[in-house]
Design a protein around this ligand. Structure first.
Ligand code: COA
Length: 177
């Protein structure tokens, strides 16, 4: 189901049929390096990952991560962007990841502006967070370009590294591309 559109992309809900793409994305070098190895190595594990994560989020909160379809390449799925409410954080955070050949082409910015618009106007969120590793410079640049501001270092997950917390109030200004 398509829920949004930008100049180059369609934004659609993820389904179990996207398991092959999820398997590929979760095993790209930058996902493993900057997000972490989720130990999803088979199609079956990718389906379980979707069921317990993204699909459950749609049910519980009405939002989640979305797939990004590139209009000029026959709606090929090139990445994900979306919203997640984690127990460990007070507010919803935004996240994104692209296949390697589609990084650094402005898709992160383009899709996130649309996701932030949905967060504000469809899901009525007042504040948006983001967490990232300190060495994920591309992610930090993108967050700053989106108007999120660095707040502090946090350690929300016990067996994980310290992360940088970014935040933005959504009711203060209109987000436009
Ligand atoms: C982090 C990530 C989502 C950024 O998305 P992106 O589509 O590459 O970012 P954009 O092309 O929209 O760029 C946004 C800004 O970030 C910077 N940037 C992003 N990728 C860059 C790259 N490869 N080289 C140099 N600068 C880059 C630029 O400053 C750019 O601003 P500009 O267009 O004004 O120069 C993407 O690199 C990615 O998928 N990384 C792997 C997964 C990941 O780390 N996700 C984030 C977890 S916190």
């Amino acid at each position: 189901m398509v829920i949004g559109e930008t100049n180059r992309l369609l934004i659609a809900k993820i389904t179990l049929e996207d398991a092959p793409f999820i398997l590929e994305l979760l095993n790209t070098p930058n996902w493993i390096k900057f997000i972490g190895d989720r130990n999803v190595k088979t199609l079956e594990e990718a389906e379980i990952y979707l069921q317990n994560g993204i699909l459950k989020s749609y049910e519980n909160f009405g939002f989640g991560f979305y797939k990004l379809l590139l209009k000029s390449e026959d709606n090929k799925i090139i990445g994900t962007s979306g919203l997640i409410k984690r127990e460990q954080l007070e507010h919803v955070d935004i996240g994104f990841a692209f296949l390697p050949e589609y990084e650094g082409k402005g898709f992160g910015y383009e899709s996130s502006v649309a996701i932030m618009d949905l967060a504000k106007n469809k899901f009525n969120l007042k504040k948006l967070l983001a967490i990232t590793l300190e060495n994920n410079l591309n992610s930090i640049k993108l967050l700053e370009k989106l108007g999120l501001k660095y707040e502090k270092k946090i350690k929300p997950f016990e067996d994980d590294d310290e992360l940088l917390l970014f935040a933005k109030e959504l009711d203060s200004e209109k987000t436009t591309l």
